[in-house]
Design a binder for this molecule. Structure first.
Ligand code: HEM
Length: 132
């Protein structure tokens, strides 16, 4: 039986987390997208940031699987114009970078799976971005 998209993404994320250097690679690709992205992380403790993102991506997936979205409301606040002031367009780079990293690290990756990642995460991302 075909997996539900959010189950397929959940399992794919498990393979990514088990892949060494997934999060290092993500930030390298993400920062390669624009100077704007690089400039917000200049004084960030990156090992800690990679650890926090590991949980953050899990929250996005869990919301698509029916969990409460109060963590997203919190991320919306920390990232908005009163917080880190993350301009809405930067989330497109974030998602593109994530999908490129997943394609590289998930050994069961496919075009369909890549599309599922996008559709599963988009509503959660829009919620965070929408709090700008
Ligand atoms: C911090 C997740 C998008 C820049 C964080 C944290 C998490 C997180 C979990 C740490 C907790 C917190 O401070 O709230 C996410 C998720 C994103 C996303 C899930 C996508 C939906 C972005 C984007 C940028 C960005 C697009 C802009 C380039 C930052 C910065 C910090 C941060 C600057 C603080 C770093 C520091 O402490 O120095 N993010 N983030 N995030 N994020 Fe994001």
């Amino acid at each position: 039986m075909e997996l539900q998209p959010s189950d397929a993404v959940f399992q794919s994320y498990g393979r990514c987390c088990a892949s060494e250097h997934f999060f290092e690679d993500f930030y390298r690709i993400f920062m390669g997208k624009s100077d704007e992205v690089r400039s917000v992380f200049t004084s960030t403790d990156m090992p800690e940031q990679r650890r926090l993102l590991r949980a953050g991506i899990m929250w996005l997936i869990m919301v698509a699987r029916g969990a409460s979205d109060n963590k997203l409301a919190h991320l919306g606040k920390t990232h908005n114009r009163e917080g880190y002031n993350i301009q809405p367009y930067l989330y497109d780079y974030w998602l593109d970078a994530l999908l490129e990293t997943v394609a590289k690290h998930d050994n069961q990756h496919s075009d369909d799976l890549g599309r599922h990642w996008r559709t599963v995460l988009q509503p959660s991302i829009d919620k965070i971005r929408g709090a700008y």
